[in-house]
Design a protein around this ligand. Structure first.
Ligand code: ADP
Ligand code: NA
Length: 325
């Protein structure tokens, strides 16, 4: 049995990237492991959020977790701000982190570069809070997308730094990449990852998009003039992204997909990618709609927070005791 932790920010509508890179791997590991899945709303506020929208998105994300296959009987689902030890240990981790290593994080550099000279300090101290999220549960494995590798490294560094200074309190977690680390790229700028915080909605497939929109977006996805379906990230980033999506959805290799579309044009290929996406999202959307306004969801989150709190508090007490706090 292993302990698994992962979280997603309620900072926008969830995308196909979130699903293929993270969400769908969550339910694959819930059998026989102790799993914690968190809606990390305190990470979302590292950039300004509208209160009403943040509240709605928090609930929507919890419903999406379940709609994508998480079973609240097998996994612990909760909202980060309901378990105060996250920010409490987050502060301790912040005191262990170096400004230089935080400034070198690519996510920080990306996000800070868009904020002129008013860079919220929380963008910089995001990684120590994420480290706390993970370390509180003595996590062994963290199912996240390939874009989170750097955050996982700093989490391990901070855990090791703490353990060296104060004794062996934290388990060192490892990243768990699904399907060889699927990374979904923007449909309009395929050298950039698809993200729920991208303002270009035609570049992004949302989990709650209707079939028509999905078809339209994929049809208009940026490609090249070659009309030959093969995988070449540098030369053909758009087509390679669509191959990546189809291969993740059908559990085929890039080569298998390439073979299947030999001699066929982009029109046929794009139609099949769209069909595969629509088929994968349909059952998720059905379950989501049943759940999002049901009182059952409040119940699940309340029970989840109580269980998460018990575990988090035990680790936190160990940590502060070791530090003399
Ligand atoms: P976003 O960038 O969409 O706001 P988050 O930073 O909240 O997403 O990440 C949530 C999870 O989704 C993480 O595990 C991350 O690795 C994964 N993820 C996000 N975008 C992608 C993508 N384009 N491809 C694969 N995985 C992704
Ligand atoms: Na993000």
């Amino acid at each position: 049995m292993s302990i698994i932790f992962s979280g997603i920010q309620p900072s926008g509508n969830l995308t196909l990237g979130n699903y293929l890179g993270a969400l769908r791997n969550f339910s694959k590991v819930q059998e026989g492991n102790e799993c914690y899945y968190c809606v990390v709303n305190q990470h979302a506020i590292t950039v300004p959020q509208d209160p009403q929208l943040l509240h709605e998105r928090t609930r929507a994300l919890a419903a999406i977790y379940i709609a994508s296959g998480l079973d609240p009987e097998k996994s612990i689902l909760f909202v980060q701000s309901e378990v105060p030890e996250h920010v409490q240990l987050g502060w301790i981790m912040t005191t262990l982190a170096y400004v230089g290593e935080l400034e070198r994080m690519t996510q920080y550099k990306d996000k800070a570069s868009k904020r002129g000279d008013s860079i919220p300090a929380g963008l910089l101290t995001y990684p120590p809070l994420m480290a706390a999220d993970i370390l509180l549960y003595q996590t062994n494995y963290v199912p996240v997308g390939d874009d989170q590798k750097q955050h996982m490294e700093i989490t391990r560094d901070l855990a090791q730094r703490f353990n060296r200074l104060y004794g062996d309190v934290f388990t060192l977690p490892e990243i768990l990449l699904g399907h060889d680390g699927t990374r979904v790229m923007s449909l309009q700028e395929p050298t950039k990852k698809m993200s729920k915080s991208d303002d270009n909605t035609t570049a992004t497939i949302y989990l709650l998009d209707n079939p028509k929109d999905i078809e339209k977006k994929i049809k208009r996805a940026q490609t090249d003039s070659e009309n030959s379906v093969h995988y070449d990230v540098i030369g053909k980033p758009g087509i390679s992204n669509l191959i990546e999506i189809l291969s993740a959805l059908t559990d085929k290799t890039h080569d298998q997909v390439t073979e299947e579309y030999a001699g066929k044009g982009y029109g046929v290929f794009k139609k099949d990618v769209a069909d595969a996406v629509v088929a994968a999202l349909e059952p998720i959307q059905q379950r989501y709609n049943q759940l999002v306004n049901a009182p059952e969801l409040d119940d699940i989150l309340e029970k989840g927070a109580a269980k998460a709190h018990a575990k988090a508090n035990a680790t936190y007490e160990k940590a502060v005791h070791a530090m003399g706090l």
